[in-house]
Design a protein around this ligand. Structure first.
Ligand SMILES: Cc1cc2nc3c(=O)[nH]c(=O)nc-3n(C[C@H](O)[C@H](O)[C@H](O)COP(=O)(O)O)c2cc1C
Length: 385
């Protein structure tokens, strides 16, 4: 979940006038927060070069919960940083596991780029339980030079892939591009598809379900507060944390500077901070010409990892085709208040729960380019002895 255009200030007299001097402020992110998007350059250490690509993976709430141990020569041990969970909106850490999968996919692609095979052993000490993650590693990875290894064409998109929350153009993505996106997941045992207005009934229902789930999340105080905890407003906070949900618009910075943005309390359902976000999201959904979905049978931890791998491949393939994507996870989440849209999207996509899990659901279309999201940089991910 992501809150981009948080806070509409229509009618906010004091706020609007306080914001006026800031109109010339840039909403460009601080360089330190986006420097990792320049890539590792000539980094001589193969493990670091590969990892510098992996940390550009998508992650729910941009929490970057990837922790690596490099103490064993030639090996990368990946852990889930359990200080970075989202217990309210991701109570079973399914999205966390997908985000670990996204990381492993980019790691694998980067290794191939350098003529190496990444031998990945998932859950070498056993798989975490279905309801809770633990401290055991997600994966052991060994990089082996291998002349037979095939380079991955999607690798070229890693530095270009960004989640795009803008309004999308009305034109429907070309069939060829959709096919490329769906083909990118081949090799994984998932059912994936794209719904457009050609399937009017189900398409309009998807819009409705997405909106309903978003409204629930925004009017459930504990899920709102969970986002507030990782909300970074303005260049200083963004540069300090380089993760989470970032807002850098001059107006919101002004509101925050005036002390009018209380992150310790969820706004009421009829507060403009809530209704403004709902309006913005609804407009984005109404502009969306296509929805992508990814469904698994079963929902083991390995399945979740592989769903993450398939998802980032789809987003890279969309990037290659000049298309934008944005996950809309709200209806896929497993907390009680959102149960009705959860069931609705599963039933609509012919994937009744619990036998099936809609692992990813996303907007797809043409959109203006967006800035990269902050990254903490490789050093922050290396576990210190
Ligand atoms: C499992 C998963 C779920 C996500 N859910 C959402 C979502 O509901 N809404 C959204 O705007 N972005 C969502 N994202 C995208 C992340 O917010 C995004 O990857 C992160 O902010 C980093 O930005 P980037 O993808 O541009 O690098 C999700 C990503 C993952 C991997």
């Amino acid at each position: 979940m992501q809150r981009r255009s948080f806070l509409r200030v229509a009618g906010g007299g004091a706020i609007a006038s306080a914001a006026a001097p800031l109109a010339a402020c840039s909403s460009a992110l601080p360089d330190v927060a986006i420097a990792p998007w320049r890539g590792p350059g000539q980094e001589p250490d193969l493990r670091r070069w590969v990892l510098a690509h992996a940390i550009l993976a998508p992650h729910s709430h941009n929490l970057q919960s990837w922790l690596v141990d490099l103490s064993a020569p030639g090996q990368i041990t990946l852990f889930l940083d359990r200080t970075r969970l989202l217990p309210e909106t991701d109570p079973f850490s399914r999205q966390m596991m997908m985000s670990q999968g996204c990381f492993l996919e980019l790691l694998d692609q980067a290794a191939r780029e350098r003529g190496h095979r990444a031998d990945i052993t998932l859950f070498p000490d056993g798989e975490p339980a279905a309801q809770a993650v633990d401290d055991r590693p997600t994966a052991h990875v060994r990089l082996q030079a291998d002349p037979a290894v095939q380079r991955e064409p999607l690798f070229a998109q890693i530095l270009r892939r960004h989640t795009n929350r803008e309004a999308y153009e009305a034109r429907v993505p070309a069939a060829e591009a959709v096919q490329a996106i769906l083909r990118s997941g081949a090799g994984h045992a998932f059912r994936a598809g794209v719904t457009t207005a050609d399937e009017a009934g189900t398409f309009l229902q998807q819009r409705q379900i997405a909106k309903q789930a978003w409204r629930i999340e925004l009017t459930t105080p504990r899920t709102v507060l969970e986002s507030f905890k990782v909300l970074r407003i303005g260049p200083a906070e963004i540069a300090q944390h380089r993760d989470g949900l970032t807002i850098n618009s001059p107006v919101v910075r002004a509101i925050n500077a005036l002390g009018l943005f209380d992150r310790s309390r969820a706004p009421a359902a009829d507060d403009w901070a809530t209704t403004g976000q709902i309006d913005t999201f609804n407009q984005a959904i109404d502009s969306t010409p296509a929805f992508y979905w990814l469904i698994s049978e079963g929902n083991s931890r390995v399945t979740q990892i592989n769903a993450g791998r398939a998802w980032v491949r789809a987003q890279l393939a969309a990037t290659a085709a000049g298309l934008a994507m944005q996950p809309i996870s709200q209806a896929l989440q497993e907390y009680p208040e959102v149960e009705a849209p959860y069931r609705a999207i599963h039933d609509l996509l012919g994937a009744p729960a619990p036998a099936h899990t809609v692992q990813m659901w996303a907007r797809l279309g043409h959109a203006p380019a967006v800035q990269p999201a902050p990254r903490r940089g490789l050093e922050a991910h290396i576990r210190k002895a």
